[in-house]
Design a binder for this molecule. Structure first.
Ligand code: SF4
Length: 242
């Protein structure tokens, strides 16, 4: 097995996801959106880490937050890879949360303080287009996140509204999967250029040190290259991982 085999596996799987997304029927998505008829009831749960993990930011989200709220940026909490020196790698940034897991921008009335400038995932939520395993392990398309767990249903959604949502969802999911492909391709190139290799044991040890409170170096993929950070577990209070 070549040393980059696992990287290539990631890229192949993601490219399959990309092809599947491109082949997904927009009409079907429109029909599901209209059938479900989701409407937000303002419960605010979707903007908390305990319910939804973290808000992952696409490259297109970065200019606004860098210019206006740079303190809200943090390397996304799922460090996906590591090198033989114990440096960790992650495919993008996330939004910081308060210690209770609430988004920094969620006000006391469960309203988004930056609603007009909210991020890509916030704009399409709770719609999605992922293939995920169900409770029996059967992999199927998922189009609505947390179906039946929040919000209200059977609201009237016009064909025009549903088409707009479907276009936004497809666009988001493609951008997301392409950012992931870009990350793994950049990892492949960077590891080759820098003579780096992934050693599972060292990666696991780095994660363990981090969880015990030792700061770690994390390379964050953004805009086609890597940005270096040193982070400590204290900055991740409120997240369910790492
Ligand atoms: S930015 Fe706004 S919409 Fe997005 S998670 Fe935070 S409070 Fe919610």
């Amino acid at each position: 097995m070549s040393r980059n085999m696992s990287i290539q596996d990631h890229i192949i799987t993601l490219k399959q996801d990309e092809a599947a997304l491109l082949g997904y029927s927009e009409d079907e998505l429109i029909s599901i959106i209209r059938d479900v008829g989701f409407s937000c009831d303002g419960c605010g749960r979707c903007c908390t880490a305990s319910y939804n993990g973290h808000v992952f930011l696409l490259d297109s989200d970065l200019p606004y937050i860098r210019n206006n709220h740079p303190e809200a940026l943090i390397p996304a909490p799922d460090f996906e890879y590591g090198d033989q020196h114990g440096i960790l790698y992650v495919s993008g940034y996330a939004l910081r949360v308060h210690e209770d897991g609430r988004c920094l921008f969620l006000d006391a009335d469960n309203r988004c303080e930056i609603y007009e400038n909210r991020f890509s995932i916030c704009r399409i939520y709770p719609y999605m287009l992922h293939r995920e395993p169900d409770a029996n392990g059967v992999v199927e398309w998922r189009q609505i996140s947390g179906l039946g767990e929040h919000g209200e249903y059977h609201s009237e959604i016009t064909e025009e509204e549903a088409t707009t949502i479907a276009n936004q969802v497809l666009s988001y999911e493609l951008d997301f999967v392409r950012q992931q492909i870009g990350f793994w391709e950049a990892i492949s190139l960077y590891f080759d250029e820098q003579n780096l290799r992934h050693v599972r044991k060292i990666y696991d040890q780095a994660l363990r040190r981090f969880r015990k409170g030792e700061p770690v170096r994390v390379m964050v993929y953004a805009g086609g290259s890597f940005e270096e950070h040193i982070v400590g577990i204290g900055e991740y209070r409120g997240f369910s991982s790492p």
